[in-house]
Design a protein around this ligand. Structure first.
Ligand code: DER
Length: 243
């Protein structure tokens, strides 16, 4: 319950601060925090104005918009977005974030870049200093299925370990839980989770560029220099806003 109320606190504060009557095109991210964003949007009556549209960042996000009775917009029709609000798996001192825990980072990054304002909402567990400290599963990387084995080799040569210091698996193809075989993204691609040593995670932009250049990589779950602000709900009921 502490984490859920922290998510709700962050989401409500971000909606109250960044969504107003003048905002007509709003991007809705993915994960378990954004449902509280949608709850607040509905509570504020923002769905009443029919010329306000909401763009999804994947299947889950689309269902969330539809079920809330919000007007679903098509990203093909709205290339410019007023504000996108999304979750994150970990956020560092400079508001760089690891995203892709939900395997939605390609569409999330498209709507993040297309937005005039991109805002992160998260519970206190995501508020970190150096990426990779709390989210130890690795950087989620969406890859074309045809290229996944080669990209795994490239990432290993770049320094991603096959085993974490605690003995847990490191560099790996993300496998389904209740599905035989690998996780398949909304775009029909695979996800590789690639941890890197702390030294390399201290410069996420350099790591992002190096990984993105590997042929077969579709998108990298490092969002650098993109967030205008990050809202963290705390266990004590306060909200920390970093910008
Ligand atoms: O996959 C993502 O990037 C999602 O935004 C997700 O990881 C956010 O995490 P949450 O479920 O804690 O909100």
């Amino acid at each position: 319950p502490a984490v859920e109320s922290a998510k709700r606190l962050a989401a409500f504060a971000a909606v109250d601060r960044h969504i107003g009557l003048q905002h007509k095109v709003i991007g809705i991210g993915s994960g378990s925090t954004v449902p509280y964003v949608v709850d607040r949007i509905v509570a504020q009556g923002y769905q009443a104005n029919k010329d306000r549209v909401f763009l999804p960042t994947g299947f889950q996000s689309k269902e969330l918009i539809i079920k809330a009775g919000l007007t679903l917009g098509d990203v093909d029709q709205y290339a410019r977005i007023d504000v996108t609000i999304d979750g994150a798996d970990e956020v560092d001192n400079d508001l760089n974030s690891i995203k892709g825990g939900g395997a939605c980072q390609l569409r999330e990054k498209v709507l993040a870049e297309a937005a005039d304002t991109w805002v992160i909402v998260a519970d206190y567990r995501k508020n970190s200093h150096i990426l990779g400290t709390t989210w130890t599963q690795g950087i989620p990387i969406e890859v074309a299925p045809f290229a996944y084995a080669k990209v795994l080799t490239n990432l290993s040569h770049m320094g991603s370990p096959h085993k974490l210091p605690n003995g847990k698996p490191g560099l790996s193809l993300r496998m389904g839980k209740m599905k035989a075989g690998p996780v398949v993204s909304d775009n029909g691609n695979f996800i590789i989770d690639a941890p890197f040593p702390e030294e390399m995670m201290k410069d996420p932009l350099d790591l992002l560029h190096r990984i993105k250049m590997l042929t077969g990589v579709v998108e990298v779950g490092l969002f650098c220099n993109m967030a205008k602000a990050a809202y963290f709900g705390n266990e004590d009921g306060t909200v920390l806003i970093r910008s």
